[in-house]
Design a protein around this ligand. Structure first.
Ligand SMILES: *Cc1c(COP(=O)(O)O)cnc(C)c1O
Length: 381
């Protein structure tokens, strides 16, 4: 019962600050009263500048995947085709969702670790008529970041809607939905927004709202976006909302705005760079080949003699620290650390001390302090 909580260093769910946990313990309120409207408005207005959206986001009780599925069902139907920019695990999830619903879809493949190529997208859009193009902002499995501005510019002149999963980006990576031409932007609570899991949201552009208003009716009930927007106009949600999760989000957004969006993003960048530099000094190269590398997850490629599962277990057994390996085609070949949310420089220092010790123990690494020293150079720059 009294064992210390594990030190959670995953790329989601992430550690929840005490202030946010306390906000969740508030008494339950009516979801049809003025207190709820105030809560909803605080979440909408607090989130909008993080998303760079022209319109307020809609909230649903769901994990991120539920929102991905809802978005797919709102942008395409029978006889229409989706284009999925496939550079990793979560793009594959978009494809699995489309397949589960029998929706026609093409893949534009990119090797894992890379980012979708805008020039290849341009060529595809010239040849095909798509209802939507689906992309992942921050591929948490590989640490690659998509250039949403460049991709959005290719899509802008087509009827296709640009659907983006930024579940592990929102709050840790710059997002300018309106400027970048992102039509359907998907996020969730448990990554850089440092909230518990269970709340997802979606923000639609004017182009996306027009498509929903004027296009063919899309079958949806629980997560119908038009119905949700009608309720939101009245300060409500169509069904009972995840009240504690929204209270958590309001508090987390308050913390983010107190620190300032630009400083929050700069902290994510600095800490990620420090961790990558430390890993490199310990002989672990950064996995992504994409020119844009994640500021919310550090993914390390392991030399052939190392096994990710063994490292993950060693962190847990020796230090009570929970890092991630991979549960996909990279299983055993990478380890991943979350660098998003409430992470501070001391977390990164401890990560590297522990990594140095684990590598020395298991693989006889000679200079376990090299990682920390390299990180300090980035942190003090
Ligand atoms: C975590 C994550 C999701 C959502 O996963 P859930 O477990 O359904 O919340 C979706 N996309 C990306 C890129 C993620 O990192």
């Amino acid at each position: 019962m009294n064992a210390p909580a594990p030190r959670l260093r995953l790329p989601g769910p992430t550690a929840v600050p005490a202030r946010v946990r306390r906000a969740m313990a508030a008494p339950t309120i009516s979801h049809r009263g003025p207190e709820f409207e105030a809560l909803l408005r605080a979440c909408e207005s607090g989130l909008r500048p993080l998303l760079g959206s022209a319109n307020d986001p809609l909230f649903f009780a769901s994990s991120g995947t539920g929102m991905m599925e809802a978005a797919v069902l709102q942008v395409a139907g029978p006889g229409e085709r989706l284009l999925i920019l496939d550079n990793g695990q979560f793009a594959e999830r978009f494809a699995a969702i489309a397949a589960a619903h029998g929706l026609a879809h093409d893949l534009l493949p990119t090797p894992w670790g890379g980012a979708p190529d805008p020039a290849l997208l341009r060529a595809r859009l010239r040849d095909g008529d798509y209802a939507a193009v689906l992309a992942v902002h921050n591929e948490s499995a590989t640490g690659a970041v998509a250039d949403l501005a460049a991709l959005g510019a290719e899509i802008a002149d087509h009827r296709a809607l640009f659907v983006v999963d930024s579940v592990s980006g929102v709050g840790g990576l710059e997002l300018r939905q309106a400027d970048w031409g992102v039509d359907v932007l998907i996020g969730a609570s448990q990554k850089a927004l440092m909230c518990p899991p269970g709340l997802a949201f979606v923000a639609l552009s004017d182009k996306a709202w027009r498509a929903l208003e004027q296009g063919p009716a899309r079958p949806a009930f629980f997560a119908g976006f038009l119905k949700a927007r009608e309720s939101a106009a009245k300060g409500q949600t169509p069904f009972t909302p995840a009240l504690p999760q929204l209270a958590a989000l309001r508090e987390a957004l308050a913390m983010i705005h107190e620190e300032g969006i630009a400083p929050v993003l700069a902290r994510h960048r600095r800490l990620s760079a420090a961790l990558r530099a430390g890993g490199a000094a310990l002989g672990l190269a950064s996995f992504p080949s994409s020119p844009l590398v994640s500021d919310t997850v550090a993914v390390f490629a392991l030399p052939a003699d190392m096994d990710g599962g063994v490292l993950v277990r060693a962190f847990r057994d020796r230090f009570g620290t929970v890092i991630a390996g991979a549960r996909n085609r990279l299983a055993g070949r990478v380890i991943r650390f979350g660098t998003m949310g409430a992470v501070q420089a001391d977390d990164i220092r401890r990560d590297l001390e522990e990594l140095g010790a684990v590598l020395a123990d298991l693989y006889g690494h000679a200079a376990p302090e090299a990682g920390l020293a390299a990180a300090e150079r980035v942190l003090s720059a």
